[in-house]
Write a protein that binds this ligand. Structure first.
Ligand code: HSE
Length: 434
């Protein structure tokens, strides 16, 4: 068969990893693809690449690759939005298939990119955009395609999980651990994307579209980061039998779809609670299959290259198939995507962990319990720490049962206004993941 010509744009961590794995595993890759994969051109402006450039046609202009008539598949690994969008749209206009690891671009401009690709009859593949080496897109889009997906919950940002794990196990400080994640090549160019949940929100939007057959809607995700989690919350959560994880949650309910990223208390006995360090894991509940769990490296050079190359092989295998015989980008045929309502966070129902500082005097607990009870919220568990010598303020930690967020917020405002409660109340959502 005719060789498949690949053009790789960007030789950072993932680009270099892709060249290395393709070179090392070319025999098995070609045998699986049914064609010889040839790197016809690479574009990079770096002089610190971690792969050999021997024998490669190197340019410093990414658009030269998009315009190169020899190339069948353009692999976009430059990251960012504006230039990547322009590059991909140009490659599509030139009739090239595209493989990308760019979650921000797919989450925010995927609808436009897929429409352009449909028009041209080319494929856009993006397995590496979510959870690095874990083939989660393939699993939901193809492996679970007979199911109504009910919900999914995942640890989909390795940097955030690494920070929470180090805080729990070693009591290390937030910034120090973040710096280490940056050195390891896990963190985003702008690490606030990791710690404030934006990176996880990008990935959640993609997973939710594939799970529920809805268009990509990044602006509708509720996003809360981990920067306000304190070591004491990690300790109290442990005492209550929970771990704190930064989760992306998508759930289909009668009123609409929940799309939310936030720190979450989950029972220590759940497998997800034991996913540590930079590892990722996604729990997907289908009506037929039940709960399924996918675990692996969510970032890094070769794990992400593994997903990029799987996409390249998939595209190579279907080069001769007509567009209607290819797997649709979001798993549902374009005309069957439905714009379902996305719930505002105020209307979402979850249980809560509340930590407050209370004056150590009689009656405080009953005042707090009364306010919660007046709002129809009951208390599931409670820890009240003894006052240390001479101290008048004690921490009070409560676990509530499930309540609608706006009811809880109203109750919190009332509790915060009590003269016996000092400072703001810390609130973390709790999910049983049953
Ligand atoms: N910054 C991301 C993470 C990289 O830490 O998971 C992979 O998308």
């Amino acid at each position: 068969m005719k060789p498949v010509k690949i053009g790789i744009c960007g030789l950072g961590t993932v680009g270099s990893g892709t060249v290395n794995v393709l070179t090392r595993n070319s025999r098995v890759i070609n045998a699986r693809a049914g064609s010889e994969m040839v790197i016809a051109q690479v574009a990079t402006r770096r002089n610190d690449v971690n792969c050999s450039l021997d024998g490669l046609n190197v340019t410093n202009d990414i658009f030269e690759v998009a315009d190169n008539p020899e190339i069948d598949i353009l692999v976009e690994l430059i990251g960012g939005i504006d230039s990547a969008r322009e590059l991909i749209l140009r490659a599509i206009a030139n009739g090239k298939h595209v493989v990308t690891a760019n979650k921000a671009l797919i989450a925010e401009h995927g609808n436009e990119i897929f429409a352009a690709a449909n028009e041209k009859g080319v494929t856009v593949a993006f397995e590496a955009a979510v959870a690095g080496g874990i083939p989660i897109i393939k699993a939901i889009r193809e492996g679970l395609s007979a199911n109504n997906i009910e919900w999914l919950a995942g640890i989909i940002n390795g940097t955030g999980n690494f920070i929470l794990t180090e805080m729990r196990d070693k009591g290390r400080g937030f910034s120090e651990v973040l710096e280490e994640a940056q050195e390891l090549g896990y963190a985003e160019a702008d690490p606030t994307f990791d710690v404030e949940g934006i990176d996880a929100a990008h990935k959640l939007v993609i997973l939710a579209s594939i799970a529920f057959g809805i268009p990509l809607q990044f602006d509708k995700v509720f996003t809360e980061g981990i920067s306000r989690i304190s070591p004491q919350d990690v300790v109290y959560a442990q005492e209550l039998g929970y771990g704190i994880k930064h989760l992306g949650i998508a759930r289909r309910g009668p009123e609409g779809i929940e799309l939310r990223v936030h720190p979450t208390l989950i029972p220590k006995s759940r497998l997800l609670a034991n996913v540590d360090g930079v590892m990722n894991a996604i729990l997907v509940k289908g009506d037929a299959v039940g709960p399924t769990l996918y675990y692996g490296a969510g970032a890094g050079a070769e794990p992400t290259a593994s997903a990029v190359l799987a996409d390249i092989i998939d595209v190579a295998r279907t080069l001769t198939a007509s567009p209607e015989h290819r797997v649709p980008y979001l798993g549902f045929q374009q005309e069957n995507l439905r714009d379902k309502a996305i719930l505002a966070i105020e209307d979402v129902e979850t249980a809560y962990y509340l930590r407050m500082s209370a004056l150590d005097k009689p009656g405080v607990l009953s005042q707090v319990a009364q306010i919660l009870s007046d709002s129809g919220i009951s208390i599931e568990a409670l820890i009240q720490k003894e006052a240390k010598d001479e101290q008048e303020i004690v921490p009070l930690i409560l676990l509530t049962n499930r309540a609608v967020e706006k009811q809880l917020v109203e109750a919190i405002i009332k509790i915060e206004s009590l003269s016996s409660i000092t400072g703001p109340i810390t609130r973390i959502r709790v999910e049983p993941l049953k």
